[in-house]
Design a protein around this ligand. Structure first.
Ligand SMILES: C[S@@+](CC[C@H](N)C(=O)[O-])C[C@H]1O[C@@H](n2cnc3c(N)ncnc32)[C@H](O)[C@@H]1O
Length: 302
């Protein structure tokens, strides 16, 4: 599957999960694809549904109109190329100082082209200009072909707009992990998300973390206990390698049975019986044995 990378980068981008998510939803029927946490939009832009509602509360992505500007052609790949070339030259001529001028200008005006410039680099080489321009062109075409609506709003608002014929892909900031998004993510938010999704009767997939080297995400078995759980265990089982030792394994939770999923209780049992290859139970440390020391007590003669 060829993956189209959006021109905007952001923390938590799911480029590596797109293929997995796509293979799990390809036979599912729905009217509209909804993402309350679209981030860069990489998932939707690669699933390429006919209709989509894509939301995020980060004003830089939507309020500052990046994707809307692509949609209404205020920004095109040609405009991006010209902009990056001229601004990149100014950056070079100023030995990088110009970056701060662009940043100040962006803070005042919220210009989406400045946002793109700042989010991609401090040094714009020609090869990068071409790469970004191509990314803008690809994503513009995808947006143009579909019936896509972009909204800057809180996830609760998006949940209130759901219909039972929607399919929701929810990718909130990961609960229980350090997050550095526009807003942080609390347990209360996770509960609200769960209730909102369940009450909507829409089909949904939620991305979350399954485990890291130290622990397993217990929310999967409490807040999300009604969901099926899909992991990439088979991939690692077949010899796939995770090169990053600090890897966080991902899970897809869903209210429908996915190609790769097992029931919540089955997953719990696998972990309890230490059959899961991707999870870790808290380590049992041997208590340090007290050393038995024999001191020869010397009798002090005063
Ligand atoms: C894990 S990222 C989504 C990444 C996205 N799937 C991608 O591949 O680029 C989570 C997103 O949730 C957004 N977010 C955080 N709190 C939110 C809230 N209360 N309502 C809506 N969006 C929120 C952040 O701005 C961030 O873009």
């Amino acid at each position: 599957m060829k993956i189209f990378i959006p021109p905007i980068k952001s923390q938590g981008i799911k480029t590596k999960l797109v293929e997995w998510i796509s293979s799990n939803v390809k036979d599912v029927e729905y009217d509209r694809w909804v993402e309350p946490f679209m981030g860069t939009g990489v998932v939707a832009f690669n699933i390429r549904p006919q209709r989509a509602l894509l939301c995020d509360n980060n004003p830089h992505l939507i309020k500052f109109k990046f994707y809307k500007s692509l949609q209404n052609k205020e920004i095109t790949s040609g405009i991006v190329r010209k902009f990056l070339e001229t601004e990149g030259q100014k950056l070079l001529d100023s030995n990088g100082e110009y970056y701060y001028d662009v940043r100040n200008r962006f803070n005042e005006t919220g210009n989406p082209l400045d946002f793109l410039f700042l989010s991609r680099s401090c040094f714009i080489a020609q090869a990068l200009v071409t790469k970004i321009t191509n990314q803008v062109e690809n994503i513009s075409q995808i947006i143009e072909q579909g019936d896509y609506e972009f909204k800057q709003q809180d996830f609760q608002r998006t949940l209130s707009e759901l219909k039972n014929t929607d399919f929701v892909y929810a990718d909130p900031p990961y609960i229980g992990r350090n997050v550095d998004y526009f807003d942080s993510w609390s347990e209360e938010n996770e509960l609200l998300l769960n209730k909102g999704l369940e009450n909507s009767n829409s089909k949904f997939i939620l991305s979350t973390w399954l485990s890291n080297k130290y622990r397993t995400n217990d929310y999967i078995f409490s807040i999300w206990k009604n969901c099926y759980v899909a992991t990439k265990e088979h991939f690692y089982h077949l010899g796939g390698k995770e090169s990053n030792r600090n890897a966080v394994y991902e899970a897809l939770l869903s209210n429908i049975q996915l190609k790769d999923s097992i029931s919540n209780s089955e997953m719990k049992l696998r972990i309890q019986n230490e059959k899961s290859l991707l999870t870790s139970s808290s380590k049992k440390h041997n208590r340090a044995k007290q050393m038995i020391l024999n001191f020869d007590e010397k009798v002090l003669v005063i």
